[in-house]
Design a protein around this ligand. Sequence first.
Ligand SMILES: [Zn+2]
Ligand SMILES: [Zn+2]
Length: 401
Amino acid sequence: MGRLIEGLWDCCHCGTTGIGGSKRECPGCGKPRDENTVFYMGEKKKYVPKMAAKKVNRNPDWVCGYCGSLNSDNSSDCTSCGCTRGGENLDYFENRGKKVQAERAKEATNEDEEESEDAKAESSEQSYGYTSDFDSSVSFGSGGVIPYRDEVTVKPMRKPAMINFKPIAIALAVILLIAGLVYLFIPKEKEVTITSTLWERVITIEEYKTVRENDWSVPHGGRLQYTRQEISHYQNVLDHYETKTRQVAKQRYVGTEEVVTGHRDLGNGYFEEITSSRPVYETYYETETYQDPVYRSEPVYRTKYYYDIERWVYCRSVSTSGNDQSPYWGEVRLAAKERESSRAEQYWITGLDEKEKELKVTLSYSDWSSIRVGQVVRMKVSLGHGELIRDEKTEEVYEQE
Ligand SMILES: [Zn+2]
Ligand SMILES: [Zn+2]
């Protein structure tokens, strides 16, 4: 049996509200509660002490057929008029059911009045004396059950905010690095007085000769000299198992707990809690042993072939250079089994910029060959390379008087 709560009722004669369910007569006007009285639970539930609750009759009140007042199941005669209770007397719920039916019938005849379905539902709900706290489908047949609202609220714990400076510092460093790189790549315009011109040309010569190589197989043209077992790669091999322990979370049944799921209207000014039991589990930890495999790294050997083979390899280079403007390629005299492999050329100027700072930059051959020592030219310089700025109309190199 759930805990007992003393309900409330309102007097429909003098308008006094919130009268305790244990009182039969209105403290305002002295009139007894009657067939129009509706019991309800207050916002604050008033629990009846255990000892007192034992003495409370749990049966509904009955309606006096003569004067219409409500009487306790304990009384066999009407407390107001003395009329004896008989088989025809309705109890609180039977009476409420009849009242609701009568209300509905009245509404059906009043359909001419422009009243929407919703409004009707609302008004009939209000006629029970119940507010929106209760479901409109509450039945007064035999002990109305009022659905119980879960009142448990969980407040999340708030963690104090902490600022982590490390990522901010890293982000700043990255931004600075990018800015620095961008600055390096941005061409800077300079006015340069040419002080000298330099050039260098290199011809690379290769020779066809026998070289010693090694590989996991002998290529076409290779002459095998010897073989050797060498480490090709490493692989993980199961060495042994180690016995380790770990904590495993498990659930176990510890019993049941009673939870309040609703309230039952007893129809006598009191309400009773409806409870149901639910299983309770607790989490516990068990130490579990398991086998953890341990691997070792082991080399895998394969046959390595050492062989001789003919290859074109770098032999020598023929370089020419000067600090004039007449570049030329060096004379190439090829011996037997020799060939020219590549030619490379580079052109520089040295000069003084507007701040009398010395600089040395590479130029393209066409830019380099179009300028003279002593000239003042404008150029874009980035990463040690210069590019002349030409006059748009004359295509001439900018020159100052
Ligand atoms: Zn009253
Ligand atoms: Zn009576």
